[in-house]
Design a protein around this ligand. Structure first.
Ligand SMILES: Nc1ncnc2c1ncn2[C@@H]1O[C@H](COP(=O)(O)OP(=O)(O)OP(=O)(O)O)[C@@H](O)[C@H]1O
Ligand SMILES: [Mg+2]
Length: 374
């Protein structure tokens, strides 16, 4: 993760740059694209908006930029109400999914475009553009046209152009959508480094949870126009507040069951496939229906039966998905339920007992799971 909430960052005073109060956008009187969203973004933060297609991410971003008028709610930047300001009067810049570089203009002219339009003196423009070019490490290519650059380089020109006017808030809508996987990964880190170097505050839209985890300091998980959960990346991954968030962020195995013992230091849940022993108390009552969520990487496979009453299941390996660094095993339990187990491939051996059709036990420790009530 790029910006872990380390002690220093947590204790530093946080200054709110952007505040959004109960913002809604209803199209044609019926489509609730954004539904009563409130949020604060701190100065210098990269705030990630994560959600599936059509959940309202771009609409929210367009309202922040001023391209869309909210049906309800207010937007404050540095305490000033900007809800009704036109886009060009907001110290905000938006980088669109398709970078929208001018194909007939050179890299240098693309970056200078907005500054010229604002009537900035020529020598200041030259100084600013050169600075931006070196920031995004394209100092060698000022004269090239966009089509003479790679996808990643074009993306950096678009970023330089967005940053040239020194916005207080930078809005990035799927900034890496056009790049292939490998380039995306390196560009994610480059982008975070540049954003941090400039010190600009960012709202980043993505539907890719790994991208949100890598780049954002906090993430809002969005669905049908509203926020399901807002938190640090490790919070939304390890402590999701609902089945929907657990399911959306990464892979998860879900066991439905009924609370049996409910003690301050542990809880047991009777599930069809096993008894879950959760090593901490939760606010539930016996008899309550819950879901126990366990991530595939927190489960281990073994050939021998675990010597324990709790937290294991028996099954048959019906599918193996090999990723190189790790493999995911699909284990079919006696009940017919299929769970996923992910293990790191620590050796180079090509043969192993974990093969198709093999009988296997899957087990996990009492802190591996999270009990979800909604
Ligand atoms: N101008 C519009 N008029 C009517 N409905 C719209 C308009 N713009 C967006 N919508 C609807 O609002 C909802 C949210 O759209 P939005 O573009 O914000 O989604 P998104 O989260 O950005 O999706 P994607 O990941 O696919 O880009 C969708 O149901 C969409 O069809
Ligand atoms: Mg969108």
């Amino acid at each position: 993760m790029a910006t872990a909430p380390n002690d220093e960052k947590q204790s530093a005073p946080k200054e709110v740059l952007l505040r959004v109060d109960s913002l809604s956008k209803i199209y044609d009187g019926a489509v609730k694209a954004v539904d009563d969203v409130s949020l604060t973004v701190n100065r210098g933060e990269i705030f990630g908006l994560l959600g599936g297609s059509g959940c309202g991410k771009s609409t929210l971003l367009r309202m922040l930029a001023g391209f869309e008028t909210p049906t309800k709610g207010k937007i404050f930047l540095e305490g000033q109400d900007i809800t009704n300001l036109p886009p060009h009067q907001r110290p905000i810049n938006m980088m669109f999914q398709s970078y929208a570089l001018f194909p007939h203009l050179s890299v240098w002219e693309n970056i200078a475009f907005g500054l010229k339009r604002d009537g900035m003196p020529k020598d200041e423009i030259a100084e600013r553009v050169d600075k931006m070019l070196s920031l995004v490490q394209l100092g060698k290519y000022p004269k090239r046209k966009p089509h003479q650059l790679s996808g990643g380089q074009q993306q950096r020109v678009a970023l330089a152009r967005s940053l040239a006017k020194r916005p207080k808030l930078l809005l990035l809508d799927e900034p890496l959508g056009a790049l292939d996987k490998k380039l995306r990964e390196t560009t994610q880190l480059e982008l975070v480094n540049i954003i941090e170097e400039v010190g600009v505050t960012c709202v980043l839209v993505t539907h890719d949870q790994e991208e949100a985890m890598t780049m954002a300091s906090r993430i809002a998980v969005m669905s049908e126009g509203y926020f399901l959960q807002v938190g640090f990346p490790e919070e939304v991954y390890e402590i999701p507040n609902s089945r929907q968030v657990a399911d959306f962020i990464g892979n998860v195995n879900m066991f439905e069951g009924v609370i049996d013992e409910d003690e301050p230091d542990h809880v047991t849940v009777n599930c069809e496939d096993c008894i879950q022993y959760v090593g901490h108390g939760i606010s539930c009552s016996p008899g309550q229906l819950v879901s126990v969520a366990i991530r595939p990487e927190k489960i281990l496979l073994s050939q021998t039966k675990p010597d324990d009453k709790y937290n294991w299941v028996e099954g048959e390996i019906i599918e193996i998905v090999y990723f190189g660094a790790n493999s995911t095993y699909h284990l079919k339990l006696t009940s017919g339920k299929v769970i996923k187990v992910q293990e790191i491939n620590t050796t180079r051996e090509l043969t192993c007992w974990r093969t198709w059709g093999a009988k296997a036990y899957a087990h996990w420790n009492d802190m591996a799971m999270i009990v979800l009530t909604q």
